[in-house]
Design a protein around this ligand. Structure first.
Ligand code: SF4
Ligand code: SF4
Length: 204
């Protein structure tokens, strides 16, 4: 995807993501922040929320935030503070097989610790499954809830949203109930499901 696609789709390019990812040596050391904020907008709660000076001082309110990864502890405070839901924390050193990803999540109900979740990429595609490892409710007045998910290691820089698995199966159930209802309505009205013949029509 070309960099300018961000303007039309809201999805950043690989180059843009690479530009906000710390070097390999830092990634191995523990949790790090990933600020996927690419537009110059008048906004700075991320800068003010960080107690560790890991988000460099902005010269102008419109500046894009820059990170000092040596100072970042991966605490996740800035994830909850960002009104654009543009900040994530990734811990690739969590275990040999799993990483931790802090994802801002503004839906209710919140998943609970231990709940299975589907992991979605930046385009909303389901890319795998994970588990809600820690759920931090939002603090008023403007804190966003943050769900820390355990995810397969290879999804550390891919998974950026989640869908509670129970909610997804309920949705799927509702969709199939709806489809079944529609099918039943059509069948009772004698309408074809195939468009070619009646449901009970047998070729002879
Ligand atoms: S994760 Fe914590 S230490 Fe790192 S930039 Fe955000 S607030 Fe600062
Ligand atoms: S708070 Fe979020 S949207 Fe605002 S500048 Fe920081 S990263 Fe960008």
């Amino acid at each position: 995807m070309k960099p300018d696609m961000l303007m039309s789709t809201g999805v950043p390019s690989k180059q843009q993501i690479d530009g906000v990812t710390p070097p390999e040596s830092r990634r191995k050391q523990g949790p790090f922040v990933v600020i996927e904020c690419f537009q110059e907008i008048p906004c700075d709660p991320c800068y003010h929320s960080c107690r560790f000076g890991a988000i460099k001082p902005l010269e102008s309110l419109n500046d894009i935030p820059q990170v000092d990864w040596d100072r970042c502890t991966g605490c996740g405070i800035c994830v909850a503070a960002c009104p654009g839901l543009a900040i994530f924390v990734v811990d690739e050193a969590f275990s040999d097989t799993e990483c931790l990803i802090a994802i801002p999540y503004e839906f209710v109900p919140l998943p609970e610790k231990g709940d299975p979740v589907y992991l979605l990429d930046r385009e909303g595609r389901r890319v795998g499954q994970g588990v809600a490892h820690r759920v931090v409710p939002g603090r008023k007045p403007q804190g966003t809830p943050v769900v820390w998910v355990r995810a397969p290691n290879e999804l550390s820089m891919e998974a950026r949203h989640l869908l509670p698995a129970e909610k997804a199966s309920k949705k799927a159930g509702q969709a199939s109930d709806k489809a079944a209802d529609q099918a039943s309505d059509k069948a009772s009205a004698g309408e074809s499901l195939t468009g070619k013949g009646g449901m009970n029509c047998v070729s002879r």
